[in-house]
Design a binder for this molecule. Sequence first.
Ligand code: AGP
Length: 611
Amino acid sequence: MCGIIGYVGYRDAWPIIIKGLKRLEYRGYDSAGVALVDQGMHIYKSAGKVSHLEQAAEGSDFNGHTGIGHTRWATHGVPSDRNAHPHSSGDGQLAIVHNGIIENYATLKEELVGRGHTFISETDTEVLIHLIEDIQQEERVNLAEAVRLALTQVVGAYAIAITNAAHPKQLIVARKGSPLVIGVGENEYFIGSDASPIIEYTRNVIYLKDREIAIINGNELVVKTIENEIQTPYIQQLEMRLELLEKAGYDHFMLKEIHEQPRSVKDCMRGRIYPLEGNIQLGGIKDYGDKLRQAERIIIVACGTSWHAGLVGEYLIEEFARVPVEVEYASEFRYRNPIISEKDIVIAISQSGETADTMAAIRLAKEKGATIFGICNVVGSSIPRLTHAGVYTHAGPEIGVASTKAFTGQVTVLTLMALYIAQLRGTIAQNKLVQLLTELEEIPALIEQCLTTDEATRYIANEIKDVRNCIFLGRGTGFPVALEGALKLKEISYIHAEGYPAAEMKHGPIALIDEEMPVVVIATKNASYEKVISNIQEVKARKGKVIAIVTAGDTEVRKMADFVLEIPAADDAFLPLLATIPLQLLAYHTALLRGCNVDQPRNLAKSVTVE
Ligand code: AGP
């Protein structure tokens, strides 16, 4: 997810764009750049934050009343000056900024290279501006028409803004799948990925719809569809406070990120699953097919929530690909002189890509000859540069310290990897793969349904907000979910919480059960359902308070639990992607009721870069 901004009007564009980019920095901060139109196109861009760009551009005279800006969350191409937006056409007359992913950029790039275009960056965005330039020249049409024709060839998501040196008062924007807002001022227009950079100048906004293009020429604004149908733009009044805008109207980044999960899981699967063909494409590791076929063991190293995702990976890889998997805390793995061979594959999981212990574990495994794959969220961070290959989660920036959408992104990648390796090793029947991929494609919609437990979790949070301890229980893939739910609760509400395999209760923890001890049980319909019911009865017999995550329509558990949270039925393999959602919400609401700082809990950091 990136932030884009634009301005055309009577004011100097530079200060408006730089200030606006700072408002959008929560959307991505790998690199930043500005294009100004003033007797030609002037582009200033650099890796790093907006403040770095400001310093780098210090002393330059920034004229121009039209401009565009971008703060990047890298998806294609590592964070660098070269890959920073804006990108320009071959003749330097056009500049573009883009938020989204163009899935067919490689094919388009190949065709353009064949027609003599040369490229500077590794980005999909640069391909788009060259395609527009190519169409403008080949079809002899104006820029707006060239943009429209180009977008009919694009597969993927975009919000774009384009400036034109030949027409300094022109600004062309378009969107499909990524947000874009137009601010309508007095003799001036603003554009932004959301309204946060616009609100201080005007509250009159137009939310461009999918497949719409807006062409601004000085004071004139025309909106049309990609199908060339003129639209009447609807101008509405912005009521929201600026501070809320950066959180897209949510009170906290964590809540926003919990609610982003239908989209982030969908983005994670985008371009990677083909259910009808029963096919999975993981471009990041496609060159390691032999290694995966011959692997005798897979070792997963990670910390915290990422380690919980690794446990889910263990269940799924062993279940589908029949390869032995060991999941290690990176901090333990690195110090215990582990036995590693060239036949081992190590998967390092890290949202930030900067966790010191995980990096040390990677270095150790690499020295001992293992093949290392990374599963990271931050493109171009340290871990992807350390590993041989990897798969990004594409969850977008996760600002809340408590990991939520990154976890479901990691679990999604591990699910894809398990099925991918199973396909390579021939351990899964094609019809089973088709069935699972067809179900997996529906998971974002099922996550949406899980989010409707928000009200119920708020109610339950009020019941448990003053407890001092809490236990989470699960079996099978429900066990890592129990661990993750306990971590969420403890790290943001400061209630002591532990996760256990449900069967472990009688080996000690049951001594803790009394009326003061809420027990959260993952009790969805699966092979161990009856056994979990016995565990619930054991808890109830000791006056424990049971909060059960159940499959929608369950009547059995409902009779014995104090509270139930319903999630839709799905294959057991996908349970972690669903059951985790109400536990994230429960932790969020409990922390809020306890007056805790949800986005920045005490003693914690978003990335633990120290050992
Ligand atoms: C999870 O909510 C925590 N913020 C923490 O456990 C985190 O998962 C852990 O520090 C690992 O971070 P990483 O994924 O960036 O490596």
